[in-house]
Design a protein around this ligand. Sequence first.
Ligand code: GCU
Length: 600
Amino acid sequence: MKTFILLLALLVFVSTAQAQQIGLIANTDGRKTIALDGEWQTIIDPYESGFYDYRYQESANGYFKNAKPKSQSDLIEYDFDKSSPLKVPGDWNTQSDKLFFYEGTIWYKRSFDYQRRPNTRLFVYFGAANYRADVYLNGEKLGHHVGGFTPFNFEITKLVRDAGNFLIVKVDNRRWRDAVPTMMTDWWNYGGLTRQVKLVETPATFVHDYFIQLQKGSRDRIGGWVKLAGEKLTQRVTISIPEAGISKSFTTDANGFAAIDFNAELSLWSPENPKLYDVAIEAETDQVRDQIGFRSIETRGTEILLNGRPIFLRGVCIHEEAPLRGGRAYSREDALTLLGWAKELGANFVRLAHYPHNEFMIREADRMGIMVWSEIPVYWTILWDNPATLENARKQLSEMITRDKNRASVVIWSVANETPLSEARLSFLKDLVSHARSLDSTRLLSAAMERHYIDATTQMIDDPLGEFLDVLGCNEYVGWYDGLPAKADGLEWKSKYQKPLIMSEFGGDALSGHHGEVLTRWTEEYQEDLYKHQLAMLKRIPFLRGTAPWILMDFRSPRRPLPEIQDYWNRKGLVSNRGEKKKAFYVMQQWYRELQQSQK
Ligand code: GCU
């Protein structure tokens, strides 16, 4: 009887610990944080024997217990402290040859001490973990997260000890048919704790989330909200922007929520003037600081308007592949290198494909004045009529918007890439579009949609999804998968919609330093020629308002095995993975410079 009551109490404690988890903390900058970077002890567990027992039941005694033999005859069949380490942040595939192709489970363990100050709360925050993460502290389950490219956090206030804490994360990067993305992608399935893990301390009642941006269509009215979390939910909250002489106070309601709405005379953020303001959100029990830019982004017919003025998005696509070293990019330096090359190309816009990139990319884009298209990995053949898949996609969309909704650089949310037409697909994507609009009415919605030939020389954009989007996106590979480069010369583009088009992908492969005749595939000359024909065609499209060639830098893909050319790299970069600029880079740069001149 006594053991039963103890077990019951334990179960209640664990379930309430998991149940009490609150949503994503919007901004961890400016809070007391401790980065849990560096080496973590790991156990490679392809059969998940640290999670399931031999009856394939979830084990109550798994590796998350970090058990140690208490006597010489005690049977423990794992030992984190004698296991090989892996660096965090970082994917596991590029840290060890034996893990290069590995898809499965790896357990991570990190010990830490933490003296928590009175009246504070403590969270463990993950920038991302690919793909599914089950998280434990001191042997207790905190919860799990699905989705490899968005942040999540768990509260550990009640579980943390002053000393000897062990945080254990089971990371599983296996692909699933009902997952997002699903089985097939043209990027490497880098697994692991791919972004920073940190401890975040907050007051007992703290500023949990806020949205502070110009209202839709306005250039002088700030709108949004502030949300507190904790016990003392009704408080006076002041938003101040000292440089603009602004200090506005509001009172949160019983749920800790306050809508904000006030006039503001501001220098507007743009690529030419990436103005960021120091903004303070001060409640009675907490204060958060952030750097926020203010700009309006809209469409009018086929025009895209930034701060009320028509603009052309001179873009390039980027995968989150680390420049020069390869592997999943995660650092400020990686972001500065990639965005630096985009700037050199003459870009004022980047399409971050095909998933939300790390926060450094977005924050540096804010500072460098580069507009961003950010998307969730609803890629190719998703299981459209599976409610759990839709819920998963919605959650990734929410997490992406929650993290980046205060970033001026982000102007477009994209809900899909190259997804085949069907009723189920349309209702799935319409759901995502309205979900995004319910979370953020200030930005534009797009997707890389389908298009088709209506005759040998005319491409038509009439994907039914276009009706629900603000900006049309289309990928085309005329001259690479579709004919030879000169085919573009006779091509015309039509659209069913009076909306702006961004050509969200075009291009072809070239191995850097591989030279030959213009019609010899894989040579820089072929790629250069392809771009020349492409640009001539693009300039003829009357409703084109942006371009994002595929892609800034070569990136790893399991679908590209051609020896001595690809070697598991997609070679469509304008820059090689070693930073060498290919001839086509200069074709694109020259056009962007002309456009920049003409837009002055
Ligand atoms: C597709 C796709 C990309 C892919 C590219 C390619 O259009 O969206 O993810 O890498 O084509 O084939 O290189």
